[in-house]
Design a protein around this ligand. Structure first.
Ligand SMILES: Nc1ncnc2c1ncn2[C@@H]1O[C@H](COP(=O)(O)OP(=O)(O)OP(=O)(O)O)[C@@H](O)[C@H]1O
Length: 544
């Protein structure tokens, strides 16, 4: 039975803003004035972002018209927009001492994200911004400077290893999908004909069906799946960005933590006591763009992509706007939020307003006023949005885990499943090779496929259990080894102490003997002196 152990009502979405450096094409601009950053983030205040309104912007022109009517001459005055966010990340100039690279950025937010994830909360980290504002650089990074996603995953996998010592087994699963032209594609699926539709669960909310999840045990597993997905992700060169993301990418990690009670017997893991399931969504959105700026006119595919990217981001903007204004209204007066108007907002429904701890990174260009101003205003609205995160713990029925019995029965089950897998594989290949397969054959193939998937899932989870047992026993063994070497060190120490005591005793004995001999000698000498004195008294010569 599910126990809701911790509900964090009204947790605001955390808002982080990052300004990127100038791009080579921007550095090449001739006008020095247009290369100055419109954004300032004072080192003394990590929350502050200040945007300078350039005199050439339509915003300024609009304002000065009104000013002009009131006070002539004020059109030359510079104006500044001031914002406060949870973090303002300054990455404009690498030579600046306050420059923040991906690793430093990760250290500001990563630990919070990972804590929430392991405490059983659903978490979402999402990067938003115009095209070429640095979303992919921030989220994925590159070989020299890995982004938040690889850094987060590296630490999750490290924590997973550490928890083995606390008798907690962690199963981490990875899935990677994109929303391209308002359709979800599973980037890790081999079968492109499988449709991934968004469905809604009455309790846990929207989810995407048929997306494959893969168990990841170490960083190498993650890199393999990430690279596989990246090669399938839709990117294209536009005039704004050589490798512009043309789709919204969503990486989901699900974590199942199973805690085992301490049975007192190191060869027995004990009973599974508590289970916690959480997931983290890491989202790299495609950039909002003006079709004129990206110069994709005439390219039908690019234009369709661009229009649909803009549509989904507009819906996201509308949802943010309504959620923000709803946050200050009583429930009865709140407007309906149109999550279902785009696949992106439908999938992110829970992360925008439900059971999730959410973090949004707003990436901005330092010199594009109109886009940056719009992005900062979005970010300002998001600050008001609240989510209600729940850490979900489920008490398991206490079934004693006896590993030798389990291993034997596992082996039986695995052997019989292997046989079944082999039979099904043969059946499948027969069906595939049959050119004239009729519809009933196809039905058989589909149901066999489902069974095959279930078997693979079962085998995956059994393998994970066995791996954990193996790892746990190895840890125990390692701890025993440490204890044994500690005892050896202790024995050596006692040996050395014993030897030095022996030495001391021997020396004391020698001293004692010398002292006894010396005192005896002294006594003898004294006796001789006494006798000599007495003899002298009786000397006959002295008597007469
Ligand atoms: N913090 C940064 N430091 C150095 N270079 C950066 C930084 N942020 C972005 N860049 C550079 O800016 C360019 C555009 O960045 P990126 O591809 O991440 O943008 P994007 O927002 O993901 O664009 P799109 O929406 O088109 O996919 C890249 O060449 C990237 O290397």
């Amino acid at each position: 039975m599910a126990e809701l152990t911790q509900v964090d009502k009204d947790t605001n979405i955390k808002v982080l803003v990052r300004v990127r450096p100038l791009l080579p094409r921007e550095i090449a601009l001739e006008d020095d004035e247009s290369k100055k950053s419109l954004i300032q983030m004072p080192a003394s205040d990590s929350k502050r972002t200040i945007l300078r309104v350039p005199t050439s912007s339509s915003f300024h022109t609009q304002k000065t018209k009104t000013f002009h009517n009131r006070s002539p001459g004020s059109e030359t005055e510079e104006e500044f927009k001031k914002y406060n966010f949870d973090e303002s990340i300054w990455s404009f100039d690498r030579n600046d001492p306050n420059y923040t690279d991906n690793n430093q950025f990760y250290h500001k937010t990563g630990p919070d994200i990972i804590d929430h994830f392991f405490q059983g909360y659903n978490v979402c980290l999402l990067a938003y911004g115009q095209t070429s504002s640095g979303k992919t650089y921030t989220m994925m990074g590159n070989r020299q400077e890995p982004g938040l996603i690889p850094l987060i995953i590296k630490d999750i996998l490290r924590q997973k290893e550490i928890l083995v010592n606390e008798r907690i087994n962690c199963e981490v699963k990875f899935s990677y999908m994109e929303i391209y032209n308002e359709q979800v594609n599973d980037l890790l699926s081999l079968d492109e004909s499988i449709k991934c539709r968004v469905r809604e669960h009455p309790v846990s909310g929207p989810y995407v069906e048929n997306v494959k999840e893969f168990l990841i045990n170490d960083y190498e597993d993650f890199k393999r799946y990430l690279n596989k997905g990246n090669t399938k992700r839709s990117t294209a060169a536009t005039s704004m960005n050589d490798t512009s993301s043309r789709s919204h990418a969503i990486i989901t990690l699900s974590l199942k933590q199973t805690k085992f009670k301490n049975s007192g017997d190191s060869m027995d893991i004990g009973d599974a006591d508590e289970e916690m399931i959480s997931n983290i969504k890491l989202v790299d959105l495609a950039g909002s763009e003006r079709l004129t700026k990206t110069k994709v006119f005439g390219q039908q595919d690019r234009m369709k992509e661009g229009t649909l990217i803009n549509k989904s981001l507009t819906v996201l903007g509308r949802c943010i706007n309504l959620l923000s204004s709803n946050s200050s209204k009583p429930h009865s007066k709140q407007s309906v939020v149109p999550y279902r108007d785009s696949i992106l907002t439908y999938i992110l429904k829970e992360n925008l307003a439900g059971n999730s701890r959410s973090f949004m990174i707003f990436c901005v260009s330092p010199i594009d006023f109109e886009e940056t101003y719009q992005t900062l205003n979005y970010a300002n609205q998001v600050k008001n949005i609240k989510t209600a995160a729940i850490a979900n713990k489920t008490k398991l029925a206490t079934i004693p885990v006896q590993w030798d019995v389990l291993r034997r029965s596992d082996q039986d089950a695995i052997d019989s499943l292997k046989r079944e897998v082999q039979e099904l594989t043969e059946k499948l290949s027969k069906l595939e090779s049959s050119a004239f397969s009729n519809s009933s054959d196809t039905n058989v193939a589909v149901s066999d496929n489902n069974r095959f998937d279930k078997l693979i899932n079962f085998l995956d989870s059994e393998t994970s259990k066995l791996r954990f047992e193996n790892k746990y026993l190895k840890t125990q063994l390692h701890q025993r080894d440490l204890q044994i070497s500690e005892m050896h060190r202790h024995i050596n120490y006692i040996d050395r102490e014993y030897e030095s005591l022996n030495q001391e005793v021997h020396e004391l004995q020698l001293n004692h003997q010398t002292m006894a001999r010396n005192s005896l000698k002294g006594q003898c000498e004294q006796g001789l002196v006494d006798i000599a004195n007495e003899l002298e008294l009786f000397d006959p010569k002295r008597m007469f």
